[in-house]
Ligand binder design. Structure first.
Ligand code: SF4
Length: 177
């Protein structure tokens, strides 16, 4: 049986979401994909499908228009998943905080695992953040497996995904890092 969770750590799929920033941080994320940094050589792919993504990279502050889309995209991602805020806007609202159309930082609406500082954050910082996210992804996978084993249920993998829906209701939990 393929253990796809091993492959996930070696080749995480990333979803990029701009919640309402100035595009400065987005350009830095794209620079990570360009030949100079070329994170695709490590197996990372910037995918457009939340249902196939392991890591959510978010730039910009949350606006009134993007708030619902952000939560919807987050909910569509399978467990385990990691959220990385790129730049000060995504972390706190940044220079846009207090504006009429700004709701605030990402962590007001969905759980955030990694904060990457900077305005704009540099490609090296983004890559560092993704590496930290990979460690968290592995820990979350272990936590889910451990909880299922505690319930004396076999760890059921569906295409390599450990699914929380296989856990008894009393053992469901939210992972905090
Ligand atoms: S942190 Fe700076 S570069 Fe990034 S979206 Fe905000 S204003 Fe733009």
């Amino acid at each position: 049986m393929f253990e796809l969770k091993k492959f996930r750590k070696k080749s995480p799929w990333i979803l990029h979401f701009n919640a309402g920033g100035c595009n400065g941080c987005d350009i830095e994320i794209l620079a990570c994909l360009a030949p100079k940094y070329d994170i695709e050589r490590f197996g990372m792919i910037n995918t457009g499908n939340p249902k196939q993504s392991d890591i959510l990279l978010i730039t910009g502050p949350v606006t009134k228009r993007t708030r619902e889309r952000l939560v919807e995209v987050y909910n569509q991602m399978p467990e385990p998943k990691v959220v990385v805020c790129c730049g000060s806007c995504a972390s706190t609202g940044g220079i846009f905080r207090g504006m009429y159309n700004i709701e605030g930082g990402v962590d007001q609406f969905i759980p955030v695992d990694v904060y990457v500082a900077g305005c704009a954050c540099r490609p090296e910082q983004i890559i560092d953040g993704v590496v930290v996210a990979l460690g968290i992804l592995e820990e979350k996978t272990k936590e889910i497996e451990k909880t299922i084993k505690l319930a004396n249920k076999p760890v059921v993998e569906e295409d390599g995904q450990v699914n929380r829906r296989n856990m008894p209701a009393e053992l469901t939990y939210e992972t905090t890092v």
